[in-house]
Design a protein around this ligand. Structure first.
Ligand code: PLP
Ligand code: COI
Length: 340
């Protein structure tokens, strides 16, 4: 056994089948032990609740090879906790957080040959998910579930690596107040498919969604939270009950405060105040922190530092520090790194 023959440096964000996946089934009111299997296919009823009523939630985290050659994951306990919240909101039986973390580590260990080497810029993306399996035709939750974790080696989420992105202010809404925007449910991503296909066709990289009630405040994009930098280098990030609580965002706020000595503020952010910010970044597991160069608000272009050449310096410093922590180059806060 040894590393797979993959062109690690040139990986995009796509699916490559790896050797093993973890599966566990919920039946008669309890989760089974779970096991690693080789079969990547799933067979279920045509009337499964997930197929009819989208009863599915998921997570996303990464494994890295550190400077010392160890394989580590980043804050899997927070993904475990968020998946429990997501599951409860869709009336699914939560998968025990402790078992979630063990299963993530087991799955990464079983696919160690697919973890990109240190220095390649790539990582192993880990996708835990859960769905309602048995036949349901009246609208109600399933009684049987599968929890599964697969992995796939990935490079940058946005084509072209770390180059400033161009977004558009979307006319579609992502999440309603009191809806499901704050959980990681597949249904949130289904509704974003038409807006993202439309944005790409128009030449944009992503959508900026506004709050659905008033269309005044900045929410997030289809797959990442926003982070802004003021002219005096303060970090500002939108606060809203209908955005996903990003683990990367929460980590970057700590990095900004404790490692870079920057002031941070989480508060509602109006679309109308964006032009006062110096820098803008998208943060998420897949996005890491990807600099935004421009946001098109119906023909009015909001420009950030670095729009035409280099990404903004605070965003890049945050990115370097976070990836340095993930790759074992910089000491991590206690509990952030879990070796396999
Ligand atoms: N917002 C949305 C809608 C996402 O899909 C993601 C990705 O997981 C994020 C934010 C970022 O969250 P995290 O940093 O936990 O990956
Ligand atoms: C992640 O960052 O893990 C996500 O789930 C975002 C998704 C759009 C790929």
């Amino acid at each position: 056994m040894g590393k797979k023959d993959i062109d690690w440096e040139n990986l995009g964000f796509g699916y490559i089948k790896t050797d093993k996946r973890f599966v566990s089934y919920f039946k008669d009111g309890a989760w089974d032990e779970g096991a690693l299997i080789s079969d990547d296919s799933i067979v279920m009823s045509e009337c499964a609740c997930v197929l009819q009523y989208a009863q599915t939630v998921f997570e996303g985290l990464k494994a890295y090879t550190t400077k010392n050659g160890d394989i580590v994951t980043f804050r899997p306990d927070l993904n475990a906790a968020r998946m429990e919240d997501s599951a409860r909101r869709l009336e699914m039986p939560p998968f025990l957080a402790e078992r979630f973390v063990e299963a993530v580590l087991e799955t990464v260990r079983a696919n160690a040959d697919f973890v990109p080497p240190y220095g390649s810029g790539a990582s192993l993306y880990i996708r835990p998910f859960m769905y309602g399996r048995n036949a349901v035709i009246g609208v109600k939750p399933a009684d049987e579930y599968e929890f599964r974790i697969f992995t796939t080696p990935v490079g940058p989420y946005f084509k072209g690596g770390v180059k400033p992105l161009t977004l558009k202010v979307s006319d579609f809404d992502r999440a309603a107040p009191h809806g499901t925007g704050n959980i990681k449910a597949g249904l949130n991503y289904a509704m974003s498919l038409h807006p993202i296909v439309t944005a790409h066709a128009e030449g944009y990289d992503e959508n900026l969604y506004l709050d659905a009630a008033g269309r005044t405040f900045v929410e997030e994009t289809g797959g990442a939270n926003f982070l802004f930098v003021t002219k005096d280098k303060k970090i500002v990030t939108p606060k809203s009950d209908s955005i996903l609580p990003s683990i990367t965002k929460r980590s970057l706020l700590t990095v900004a405060k404790d490692y870079l000595g920057l002031e941070v503020e989480e508060r509602p952010v109006k679309l109308s105040e964006l032009e006062a910010f110096d820098e803008c970044g998208l943060c998420g597991t897949a996005a890491v922190i990807s600099p935004v160069g421009r946001i098109d608000d119906h023909g009015k272009m909001i420009e950030f530092k670095g729009s035409s050449d280099q990404p903004g310096e605070v965003c890049m410093k945050l990115r370097e520090t976070l990836t340095g922590i993930q790759l074992g180059e910089i000491e991590a806060p206690k509990g952030w790194i879990r070796g396999i």
